[in-house]
Every structure is written in C-alpha cells, then in structure tokens.
Design a protein around this ligand. Structure first.
Ligand code: URA
Length: 437
C-alpha cells in the first residue's frame, strides 16, 4: 500500500478540470517529483494542464516556495563593506533572447558602485544563448565555483558570474528539463516560478527582470510579457526581494553579434566605452534599476562605462575565475557572407531566425550534453532602420564546420525584410517598466 499523502492522477485531474490545488497538494507534488515518486509522464501531463488552464496567484506563490524548499538557500548577509556595514546585493535576470550579452558588461558596471552582484547564470538551450557558454570562450575561465569561492569573490571583486550549484532549487532543474522536451516551457506560472525560485533561493536583496517581448522571446505579445512580469514582480516582492521588471524588445537581436566569443568581443567593446547603441542603452537602464533597488540613486553609470572603471572590474572578475584577459578569443575557421536582396531600408531582422541560424552554425546546443563552438555565430552588418543596397553584406556566418552554412543561410535571407526607402521601422527598445503594485 502506498504511504504517499496524495495521488498524482488526482492532482492531474484537478488541474485538467480547471480546479485549484491546495498548498498541501502543491508541496507534495514538488517534493514527490523531486524524489522520484511522481513519474515523468505524470508530471508532463500536469505541466500541460497548467499551461492550458493556468494557476492563481496563491498557487503560483506556493509552487515557487515548494521549489525553493527543494534545495538550499544562499545567504549573503555576512558580506561587509570596509566600514563594517552589510554589503547590499543586486542581480538581474533576462527571460532569454538573441544576442543578449548584457550580463557581461552589466555585472562589473554595477559592482563599480560598491554593490555586490551575485549573477548565477545558465547555459544556452535552443536558439537563446547562455551566459556561461559565452564566458567559457575566454581561455582558462571557470564557471563552476564553490559557495566559499563565490563569497570570497563577491567580497574582494564585488561581481561574480558563475553556474548555479546543484543544491539550488533542484526541483526546477528536473522540471525545466522535462518542460523543455514536452512543449511546456511557455507556461507563465511555470516560467515565473522557475526563475523566481532560483533568484529567491540565491538570496539577492534586489532584482531587476529583463522580460523579453517579440519574435526571439518566449513571450511573443506585450500582454503575455506584462502578465509574466507582474507575476514575477509579485513573487519577488512577497518574498522580500526588491523586484522591478523592464519589458524590452526582442523582435531584433541585441547588438551586432549572436554567438559566444563574438558576443564577448562586443561586450568588451561596450566596456571600452564603445559598442552598439542598443547594448549600451539597455546596459545603462538595467544598471540604473539594479542600483536603485540597492538604494543607490545618484550613480553616473554612463561615466563608469566610459572612463574604464567597469572595464577594470571586468578584468578583475574574469581573472578571479582563472580567465586570461589577454589571450585572443577563439575565431571560427570558416565564414560566409549573406547579402541584401534589394535596395531600401532594413525594416526588420527577425531575432528568432538569427538565433536559430547561430544555433545551427554551432553556437548553441540541441541537447544539454552537447558541446558548443566558441567561434560560431552570426555577425550582423546592418540593423533595422539602416539604408541598404542590393548586394551589400547583411550578415557573416561563422562556423568551424562549413557544411552548416547551407542550413543557416535561408534563415538569414528570410530574416531580413527590406522596405522602400524612407520607411521608418519602430525601434523602441525599452517598452515598459513594471514595479510592485
Ligand atoms: N528561464 C528559466 O530559468 N526558467 C524558465 O522557465 C524559462 C526561462
């Protein structure tokens, strides 16, 4: 006879029939799944019922708490400033996009102002890149740190970008892998609880969410992105984390690169005071929000990017994790150019197409255990709003394995829409700000 408190099939039926799960049912579900007492196919069915029928605020909150309780909680309260006061912590999380390298310049920039930035990041899966994959293109750089090494680096350098340890929200690790192969990633309650369980367990004092909207994002419409942002802001606020969200455009890739080493190169350009305008704009906006969340409202973040203070922090952060700041970045063995097919104005450049092209060229992985090519990806030569002429280079494809060009080229050719001269595409980057209500 089973000694379990509930039956998985009953729980699935409740959500299938649009019912509401009790706190006890949710606690049991997450615990039983984590220890293997709910089968993968049962959890897959429950995820699909949640995707189709949703969850109310109390259910999402309890689901998130149960995922936090499946593992350890980090505690940064022992971090101190030089005067003995507790060091504040602030973090940001992006829901994932194409060319989204913002964490790289952002973490050291914010650390310049004396706030600690514990940035626990992930690897890429599918068309969206992973911060750790990008940084691993730097010779010697290590993603895995012990909790002690992370605390030491936060105290000495002020910023760390590393892999989340296995102990942090293990229920989410198992659940996310299942959602990934069962078409249930895009459920707002599941995305919100997945992201916020990790961020709350991480123990940051303030959090800024970059919720992507558009073709290259999980959320294709502004309404869905708004709902996801509000759900996450409520979860963070209820857990005592100062949480704000920016809704930002992901119809077009960020910057001029989508890949690994080439995104590091572009981030270094930003840290050197240059780089594409959209990457700089979003880095400054998120830095301002992160610092405000930690109580610092008068920081001149643009100056810290221009005068080299953020670059100095970056170099210290990379060196602390074994990275060689002076080693050349890997370069793809082969390249091929994609040309504009008409004269006019580049009206749009589909982020999803560019992301999938970079992935097919070897920048991303199809399975968690696959390696990525450090040098692979797409370098863009034009952005929406630019005037282009037929035959002008629009993008360069980069890979070590040239047989991949054939599968990436049609995507890039299809990604670009060229409108008659004089057209003005909407290029607004930061669409909305959502704070606790
Ligand atoms: N990122 C996460 O960590 N979880 C999700 O569910 C989606 C994006």
């Amino acid at each position: 006879m089973s000694t379990e408190n509930f039956d998985a099939v009953d729980i699935i039926r409740i959500k299938r029939d649009r019912g509401t799960l009790s706190a006890e049912q949710i606690d049991w579900t997450i615990d039983a799944y984590t220890r293997g007492a709910i089968a993968e196919e049962q959890m897959a069915a429950l995820n699909m019922a949640i995707l189709l029928n949703g969850m109310d605020r109390a259910e999402i909150s309890r689901w998130t708490t149960a995922m936090i309780n499946s593992g350890e909680r980090m505690d940064f309260s022992s971090l101190r400033n030089a005067d003995g006061t507790v060091k504040r912590t602030t973090d940001k999380h992006s829901t994932g996009g194409v060319g989204d390298k913002i964490t790289l310049p952002l973490a050291p920039l914010v650390a310049v102002f004396g706030v600690a930035v514990p940035q626990l990041s992930g690897r890429g899966l599918g068309h969206t890149g992973g911060t750790l994959d990008k940084l691993e293109s730097i010779a010697g750089w290590r993603a895995e740190l012990t909790n002690e090494a992370m605390m030491r680096q936060l105290s000495e350098v002020g910023a760390v970008i590393c892999a989340a340890g296995a102990g942090l929200a293990p229920a989410d690790k198992k659940l996310y892998a299942l959602r990934d192969v069962t078409g249930t990633v895009e459920a707002i309650p599941l995305i919100a609880s997945s992201i916020m369980s990790k961020k709350i367990a991480e123990g940051t004092g303030a959090l800024v969410l970059d919720v992507k909207v558009g073709s290259g994002a999980f959320m294709k419409s502004l309404e869905d992105a708004r709902e996801l942002a509000r759900t996450m802001v409520n979860l963070g606020t209820d857990a005592g984390v100062h949480t704000v969200a920016l809704l930002t455009n992901m119809d077009t890739p960020l910057g001029l690169t989508a890949g690994n080493a080439i995104e590091v190169e572009e981030s270094i350009e930003v840290l050197a005071g240059g780089g594409p305008a959209d990457v700089v704009e979003l880095t400054l906006a998120l830095a301002t929000e992160m610092l405000a969340g930690a109580g610092i409202r008068d920081a001149d973040v643009a100056a810290a990017l221009k005068d080299g203070r953020a670059m100095d922090k970056w170099r210290a952060m990379i060196a602390a994790q074994g990275g060689d700041n002076d080693a050349p970045l890997p370069v793809a063995k082969e390249s091929e150019v994609v040309y504009a097919q008409a004269d006019g104005v580049l009206a749009s450049l589909d982020a999803m197409d560019v992301g999938v092209a970079a992935w097919r060229l070897g920048a991303g992985r199809a399975r968690r255990e696959d390696p990525v090519q450090a040098g692979a990806g797409v370098r863009l030569h034009a952005k929406p709003g630019d005037v282009v002429r037929r035959g002008q280079p629009l993008a360069t494809m980069l890979t070590d394995t040239p047989e991949r060009f054939e599968r990436a080229r049609p995507l890039l050719e299809g990604a670009a829409v060229i409108a008659p001269a004089g057209s003005r595409p909407n290029m607004e980057l930061i669409l909305e700000r959502i704070a606790a209500s």
